[in-house]
Design a protein around this ligand. Structure first.
Ligand code: 9MR
Length: 583
């Protein structure tokens, strides 16, 4: 059992996020942060180091595309893809596969082969089947179909796979896409299969068309697991309806991955930004995209199309007009865009995960089986957010008379919630119901107990029962001192002598539970060595929720009593006894 002391420590632990790489930030949220990679660059040490340090996911920028992985009829080349898988496995990263069905990078043996629909169908089936099977268990998610919709008005793009001549499924609508997903599922029963596109990031005509397809696929159990939002953006990106778009796809039970993010910056011939504020604007866009994703549990990956400005498709594609699109600069140094991502992670509320494992309610102070009104209790399990924020979790205690009360939560960590059992909870069996991402409940037996003083537990460990404060009249108050000292060895707690030699009373501040909210000062009595002593205060310890404090005076006539028992009494119930040494 955790002692109050360890709970107290937990209460003050703060988590410093300074200096964490993106992947550590992402791990806190259980999401993936990835980058498109070129395995030819692994030999460049800073490249490999930056990818391994920052990311927990890799996606081949090109090497798993049809033209490279299946360059001739009946010939597959997995070498480059396998190097990515190998690098990822060595560095604890996942691999996202890209892409099985796309109109671009189709090799000439397919495009110029004068192939019939039947032949194309057989080729595509074999392609999907062979590639997905090769990477089964190594590639956790695939862009099965890429960019199948044209832009405006959104319609199925005319491609070799759809209608020129197509695989024989050009109507109605998305049937050829459906077929590709079914072939993928046939090849791997556990990978996640995505539809990936650009220009469909926010709610617009194109994303509406994709949404309609996704809804139809879900309704008919076509094996579609997610939507990739590519996120090739400019500085003018309008992201106002990004969250809404992510929301509607995740509401279908689909995952959303941000798959290819970059933000192109117009550059001068010398490579500097045309707009001096461009990198800050870019940082805000990176922030806003990550923040939108982090808002939705189903948005489970944020990936950039590359990682460093040294290698990016943007300058070539724009004939040098744009560049600087990625989070690290050409020297692998973080740019404002990188800080924008970090800022999004740092300011997003952590998701509340359901507790897994046992739901065990234990008293934090009184012993494992005894739960008392107004005392501190804990729930232990796995999976709660790594946060001292209690927002999002609530705990209700329904007592034996059926009355439900909300407990005050003092602390929520990945494995522990500390809370106060509400003061009016009636004795008997109570049900504790935790609500967060999902509801969990357990039971515990509530008993009204005598006040309890903290002392060493049976192992000699624990928290001292009190501190003594000597008041030298008329005004001087000395610093409090512990009246117990407990070592780490069993039974090593000893009372620290309290010297009553001076002509001034000693106030003893006792800590425990079972007082607050259930008594008035008059109802609390204390005795030292069997003799009643004045009680000056009994109530909540103001700085520590859940802890009670009782202040008593050690009268001067107890001088020289030696080891004596101190005990509290409330409503006829007496506390445990703790020894002090009065000299
Ligand atoms: O970044 C890729 C570039 O190196 C290739 O030449 C290009 C054409 O195959 O593809 C680029 O990646 C694209 C991705 O596969 C699909 N979405 C758009 C990406 C940028 O064009």
């Amino acid at each position: 059992m955790r002692t109050l002391e360890s709970n107290a420590l937990l209460l003050i632990i703060g988590v410093s996020l300074q200096g964490q790489a993106l992947r550590q930030q992402a791990d806190r949220f259980g999401i993936l942060v990835g980058g498109a990679v070129n395995p030819d660059k692994f030999s460049e040490a800073p490249y490999a180091a930056a990818f391994a340090r920052e990311l927990n996911m890799l996606e081949p920028e090109n090497v798993m595309k049809f033209g490279l992985i299946h360059p001739a009829a009946g010939r597959y080349d997995f070498t480059a893809g396998d190097r990515i898988v190998d690098f990822a496995q060595k560095n604890g990263m996942k691999v996202r596969g890209h892409t099985l069905v796309w109109h671009s990078q189709v090799p000439s043996w397919v495009t110029n082969g004068n192939l019939s629909s039947d032949q194309l169908s057989a080729i595509l089936h074999d392609h999907i089947s062979t590639v997905v099977k090769h990477y089964a268990g190594q590639v956790f998610a695939w862009d099965v179909v890429n960019e199948a919709f044209s832009d405006s008005p959104p319609a199925l793009r005319s491609t070799i796979w759809f209608d020129t001549p197509g695989i024989g499924l050009k109507g109605p609508g998305t049937q050829y896409i459906e077929q590709a997903f079914r072939w993928a599922r046939e090849a791997d029963s556990s990978a996640l299969f995505f539809y990936n596109d650009y220009g469909a990031e926010v709610v617009n005509a194109k994303s509406n068309a994709i949404y309609a397809m996704a809804k139809d696929f879900k309704a008919r159990a076509v094996p579609l697991d997610g939507i990739g939002l590519q996120m090739h953006l400019s500085l003018n990106a309008n992201l106002a309806r990004l969250g809404e778009n992510i929301q509607r796809f995740t509401a279908l039970g689909l995952q959303v991955h941000i798959t290819e993010m970059d933000v192109a910056v117009p550059v001068n011939p010398d490579g500097t930004p045309v707009d001096p504020a461009a990198l800050q604007k870019q940082a805000q866009i990176y922030h806003d995209v990550a923040a939108a994703c982090l808002q939705y549990k189903g948005c489970s990956a944020i990936q950039t199309w590359g990682l460093t400005d040294k290698y990016s498709w943007i300058p070539g594609f724009s004939q040098g007009k744009n560049g600087l699109a990625l989070p690290l600069d050409e020297n692998y140094q973080p740019k404002p865009a990188y800080d924008g991502l970090v800022r999004a992670f740092e300011s997003a509320p952590l998701p509340i995960q359901p507790l897994t494992g046992s739901f065990e309610v234990v008293s934090a102070t009184l012993g494992t089986t005894l739960l008392a009104p107004d005392s501190l209790a804990s729930v232990f399990g796995e999976g709660l957010a790594d946060s001292t924020e209690t927002g999002g979790v609530s705990l209700q205690v329904t007592d034996s008379s059926g009355v439900a009360r909300v407990a005050s939560l003092l602390y929520v960590s990945p494995r522990q919630i500390n809370f106060l059992i509400p003061a009016d909870t009636q004795p008997g069996l109570a049900t504790f119901t935790l609500s967060g991402a999902s509801a969990l409940s357990g039971t515990g037996s509530i008993q009204t107990v005598a006040p309890s003083l903290f002392a060493a537990n049976a192992n000699g460990l624990g928290v001292a029962a009190g501190t003594a404060v000597r008041v030298a009249l008329p005004t001087m108050i000395q610093s409090p001192v512990a009246v117990f000292q407990c070592g780490s060895a069993p039974g090593s707690c000893a009372a620290v002598p309290i010297d009553l030699g001076l002509d001034a009373p000693v106030y003893l501040t006792l800590f425990g539970t079972g007082i607050r909210g259930r008594s008035t000062l008059d109802a609390v009595h204390a005795s030292i060595g069997g003799k009643p002593v004045p009680v000056l205060f009994a109530g909540a310890q103001p700085q520590f929720a859940g802890l009670d404090q009782v202040n008593v005076v050690i009268p001067l006539e107890l001088r020289g009593s030696g080891n004596v028992d101190i005990q509290l009494e409330l409503d006829g119930r007496v506390s445990n006894t703790v020894q002090i040494a009065v000299q």
